[in-house]
Write a protein of this length. Structure first.
Length: 290
């Protein structure tokens, strides 16, 4: 029986959902919950609610995501929400059904914070590479970014996470909960960046193809990024080609590569790292009045 490319992608999506959800659940349940601190995001808020009223972490996260889904539906799109819904269900299953029966980590809280960040970052990185999400502040961040494109994604995410982390101080009744939460969030961001092509602030996609406008439209639809098209001549083939330049974030790099090859399997794609990108949607230049 012939296995189609679509079936392979669906299998990979499911496999990554399982692996990512296990890693994500280890970070939340095995380390963060037992060390009495809350990492950022909806999962951190669910941990706080669990500490106060002993409600299931996974189910609480799922319920907290419902209003965020309604808020961000028009921004993130139906396909992304459907994939994310499946991922959230996997996370809920492992958090509430599987990991309560596994041995928790009972060692140093600081080590728990570090390893929580590692496993959370690995899980989220796997999700992002497959074009899905565990929900939570990802939806809210994308919505804010769409409405205010000049804002930094990292800055928006950190602001949202900081609110949840600071709530851990009065709930867990020690300032170390804030410090552990900050450490876990910092490590999470590093691991995600490492998985999604390193520590650079951004990436530049250079795409050589015969179907430039189709690819540019696709990139615009799935990432909200614009592209610059240049007509060029291949010195080997002596044929006209399109060269697309697209500045993007590291998280979007893998998504763009996948989208390009879905339209043109023969496209030549170069992804280079950029330390800084200035312009709309990235770093805004401050204009001084003379």
């Amino acid at each position: 029986m012939k296995i189609t490319k679509k079936m392979k992608n669906q299998f990979l999506d499911l496999l990554c959902d399982v692996i990512g959800s296990i890693s994500y659940s280890i970070g939340i349940y095995t380390f963060a919950k037992m060390a009495d601190f809350a990492p950022g995001g909806v999962s951190g808020l669910a941990l706080i609610i669990n500490h106060l009223w002993n409600l299931p972490i996974g189910l609480t996260s799922l319920l907290l995501n419902i209003p965020l889904i309604f808020i961000s539906y028009r921004v993130v799109g139906r396909d992304f929400l459907l994939k994310s819904a499946r991922t959230m269900l996997f996370c809920t299953f492992f958090l509430d059904i599987v990991f309560p029966y596994t041995p928790p980590y009972t060692g140093s809280p600081f080590m728990a914070a570090l390893y929580s960040g590692v496993f959370l970052g690995a899980g989220l990185g796997i999700f992002y590479m497959r074009g899905t999400s565990s929900g939570g502040t990802d939806f809210l961040t994308m919505t804010i970014k769409m409405l205010r494109p000049h804002l930094s994604i990292g800055g928006v995410t950190m602001a949202l996470d900081l609110v949840v982390i600071l709530l851990g101080w009065p709930v867990f009744r020690h300032v170390d909960a804030v410090l552990y939460g900050l450490a876990a969030t910092f490590v999470t961001s590093i691991v995600i960046d490492k998985i999604m092509y390193g520590m650079a602030a951004g990436a530049l996609a250079i795409i050589i193809t015969d179907r430039g406008m189709e690819i540019a439209d696709k990139i615009g639809q799935i990432t909200g990024r614009g592209s610059t098209a240049i007509r060029a001549i291949g010195t080997y083939t002596q044929k006209d080609r399109d060269v697309l330049l697209c500045a993007c974030s590291n998280v979007q790099a893998h998504t763009i590569i996948t989208a390009v090859h879905e339209i043109d399997e023969k496209a030549f794609v170069m992804m280079t790292e950029t330390s800084q990108v200035f312009g709309e949607g990235f770093i805004e230049m401050n204009k001084k009045k003379l």
